[in-house]
Design a binder for this molecule. Structure first.
Ligand code: ADP
Length: 419
C-alpha cells in the first residue's frame, strides 16, 4: 500500500472546540485520503485514529499494523525523518510542549506510547482526560522509575533480586554485604538497552558507579547468576482480558541483545511459571496494551523478574512472522478496545536477530539482496539514515524447524546484510 508522508509542525495550540473526546470533531479527516488509499474515497474510517508518543522503530511497526487495519496513526517525533514518519502522520516538536501534545491528540481516539520516559506531568497538564490514555499515566508512572517498579513487584510478592535505593555509603555497603559484593547499579530513570546499567567487578567500582549515577537516583540490586534471560509478552485489554505469547529467550553479547529465540529452551513447568508471573505483574500494574516482562532463569529453574516494559518490545519482534497476531497488531487492538488476536506461534521455532550499526556514518552499504537469499527469512529495516555503533537499524526474523536451525539462519541473514 502506498502512503504519502504528511508532516505537521505545530505553530499554535489547536482550537479547543475541536478537542479529542468532545464527540464533535471529525477525527483524522485530512489523513484518511493518503492512509486509506487503495480502499476507495468513500471508505469510512474504522476508528478515529491512534496517537503515539514517539516515532522510532516501535512506533513505525505499530503504525504499519494500524494502517493495515485501516486505522490512521499520528506520531510525535523529534525529527521529521524519524522512522515512523514514512508510515503515518507526524507532529514534530518537543514531547513536553502543550502545542505538540495537543496537535498529537487532535481527533484521535486513544493515545499510547512507544517508550516509557514520556513526559507524564506534561501529558496530565496539557491533555488531562480529554482522550483515553492507554496504558494509563498512573501505570506508566509506576514503571518509569525502576525503584518504584521494584516496590510494586515486592508488594505483589513476585520473585526478584534483592535491591534497594541507598542514600548514603553505609546503606550501600550493607546492601553489598547482603549481595556477596556482586551488584548491578542502574539509573532509576531513562536507561534503555543496557545504557544506564553498570556491572561493577569490585566494591570500589560499585561505589564509583553509585556516585556517578547520583546515589539516590540509582537502584542497586544483587547480581543474578542467571543461565538464561527470558521475556514474556502479554497483551491486556481494557476489560482485563489477557493473552500471553510463548516465552522467548534473549541471547546477549557485550550487554546488547543480539538474538531472541522462541520458544525458549526451558522446561514446560518453568515456561508455565514465567507466563503466570508475567500475567500477574501486568494485571497488578493495571496495564492495557502489550507489556514485556523480562526475567532471569537460574540454574535450578527459579525465575526472578528483571523488569517490565509498558510497551511493545524488541523481544517481541519475532511475533510479526512467528505468531498468529503480532505484538504490534495486538497493542493496537488492545488500546482501541477491540478483540485480542491469537498469540499462539505459527511455526515450531522463530529467531530474531538485531541488525546493529558497527560504525558511524551513513547507512548505505547494507546488502539487502544478500540477506534475502536466505529462505524463510524476513528483513525489517527501520529507515534510519545515520549509523552509530550499536544503533538498531533493523532486524531479521527466521522461522523453521528448531532452535539451532532458526538461530543459524537469522545469524547468516543478519551477517550477510551487514556485509
Ligand atoms: P535496560 O532497562 O537498560 O534494558 P536492564 O535492567 O534490562 O536494563 O539490564 C540490562 C542487562 O544487564 C540485562 O539484560 C542483563 O543482562 C544485565 N542485568 C541487569 N540486571 C541484572 C542483575 N540483577 N543481575 C545480573 N545481570 C543483570
Amino acid at each position: 500500500m502506498a502512503h504519502r508522508r504528511r508532516v505537521v509542525v505545530p505553530t499554535r495550540a489547536p482550537d479547543p472546540g475541536a478537542s479529542a473526546g468532545s464527540g464533535r470533531h471529525p477525527g483524522f479527516g485530512p489523513l484518511l485520503a493518503p492512509l486509506m488509499s487503495g480502499l476507495g474515497p468513500t471508505t469510512p474510517p474504522v476508528a478515529r485514529g491512534v496517537a503515539i508518543v514517539g516515532a522510532g522503530q516501535l512506533a513505525r511497526m505499530l503504525a504499519s499494523s494500524a494502517v493495515q487495519m485501516g486505522v490512521p496513526v499520528r506520531c510525535l517525533a523529534g525529527r521529521a525523518d524519524d522512522p515512523a514518519a514514512s508510515i503515518g502522520e507526524v507532529v514534530v516538536g518537543p514531547e513536553d510542549a502543550a502545542a505538540s501534545l495537543q496537535s498529537l491528540v487532535r481527533g484521535a481516539e486513544v493515545l499510547t506510547f512507544e517508550h516509557e520516559w514520556a513526559p507524564l506531568d506534561a501529558l496530565e497538564q496539557h491533555i488531562g482526560d480529554a482522550i483515553e490514555i492507554r496504558p494509563s499515566i498512573a501505570c506508566m508512572r509506576s514503571i518509569a522509575d525502576k525503584a518504584v517498579q521494584r516496590g510494586r513487584l515486592a508488594a505483589l510478592g513476585l520473585p526478584q533480586p534483592i535491591h534497594g535505593v541507598c542514600e548514603d555509603e553505609a546503606e550501600l555497603r550493607a546492601l553489598l554485604r547482603d549481595a556477596n559484593d556482586r551488584v548491578v547499579i542502574k539509573r532509576r530513570r531513562g536507561g534503555y538497552d543496557g545504557y544506564g546499567v553498570a556491572l561493577p567487578g569490585t566494591v570500589d567500582e560499585a561505589i564509583a558507579a553509585w556516585e556517578r549515577f547520583g546515589r539516590g537516583a540509582a537502584l542497586v540490586e544483587a547480581w543474578v547468576p542467571f543461565v538464561r534471560e527470558l521475556s514474556v509478552l502479554v497483551v491486556r485489554a481494557p476489560d482485563g482480558h489477557m493473552r500471553c505469547y510463548d516465552v522467548c529467550e534473549s541471547i546477549n553479547a557485550n550487554g546488547r541483545c543480539e538474538f531472541v529465540v522462541a520458544p525458549a529452551r526451558v522446561d514446560p513447568g518453568v515456561a508455565a511459571h514465567a507466563r503466570e508471573i508475567a500475567c500477574a505483574a501486568v494485571e497488578a500494574f493495571g496495564g492495557i496494551g502489550v507489556f514485556a516482562v523480562e526475567m532471569f532463569e537460574t540454574a535450578d529453574g527459579a525465575l526472578l523478574v528483571n523488569e517490565l516494559a509498558p510497551r511493545v518490545h524488541n523481544t517481541g519482534h519475532w511475533t510479526i512472522e512467528g505468531a498468529h497476531t503480532s505484538q504490534f497488531e495486538n497493542h493496537i487492538r488492545a488500546v482501541l478496545g477491540w478483540p485480542l488476536g491469537d498469540t499462539d506461534m505459527c511455526s515450531p521455532a522463530v529467531a530474531m536477530a538485531n541488525v546493529l550499526g558497527s560504525r558511524s556514518g551513513d547507512a548505505s552499504g547494507l546488502d539487502l539482496a544478500a540477506a534475502l537469499h536466505e529462505p524463510r527469512v524476513a528483513v525489517h529495516l527501520y529507515g534510519k539514515r545515520e549509523l552509530r555503533p550499536g544503533r538498531k537499524l533493523g532486524h531479521v526474523t527466521a522461522w523453521g524447524r528448531d532452535f539451532d536451525d532458526v538461530l543459524a539462519r537469522s545469524r547468516r541473514a543478519m551477517e550477510n546484510l551487514r556485509a
